[in-house]
Design a protein around this ligand. Sequence first.
Ligand SMILES: C[S@@+](CC[C@H](N)C(=O)[O-])C[C@H]1O[C@@H](n2cnc3c(N)ncnc32)[C@H](O)[C@@H]1O
Length: 197
Amino acid sequence: MKKVQDYYFHKARKEKYPARSVYKLEEAQKKYRLLKPGNSVLDLGCHPGSWAMYAAKIVGSKGNVVGVDLQASSQPEVKGGAPISFLQGDIYDPEVIEILAAKGPFHVVMSDMAPKTTGNKFSDHVRSVELSQHALEIASQVLIPGGNFYCKVFQGEDFQAFVAEVGKLFGKSKIVKPKSSRSESREIFVLGTGYKG
Ligand SMILES: C[S@@+](CC[C@H](N)C(=O)[O-])C[C@H]1O[C@@H](n2cnc3c(N)ncnc32)[C@H](O)[C@@H]1O
């Protein structure tokens, strides 16, 4: 992944988050309050742990954050925050999903997953939509009714179909482009609130 040493990179360093991506969740949280104190949260693609740390801070000590990633991460701790537990695994592996589901149900499922980019915009988009669809499938297995879903997708021709799928499963859906997401980046976020169950 390309490291951008901009305002958000330095802000993340100062605030002791391992990645600038934390602000892509923080901005959505400030606007839409998708995470609430006491919530149980599943973080798909959690490495190196910024989203999980931020979520742990918001949901607090009565909440719980579970993360999964292909890459191994050291388990972060957030003073006064929710306990965080990370699992190394692939979300396409049914055994991994079984382990995660046993830790649920969850109030929020969030995914910042990204495929390894190839530089080919079309195939990167297709693989990102596949990952997002799989994240949505997992969310529909582990979310409580009324739960929320926040997911990164690379824009392209299948993007609107994905937004429509989220729209069918949730009371409300929104497309979010946080300021911390570079304007030249094709990434965008889809928020679904009020899982219909
Ligand atoms: C942008 S990073 C996540 C950053 C994280 N949200 C944070 O703030 O620290 C995307 C992650 O998605 C993970 N990922 C991609 N495909 C995955 C898969 N099939 N299963 C699990 N994790 C996956 C990658 O390994 C990568 O670490």
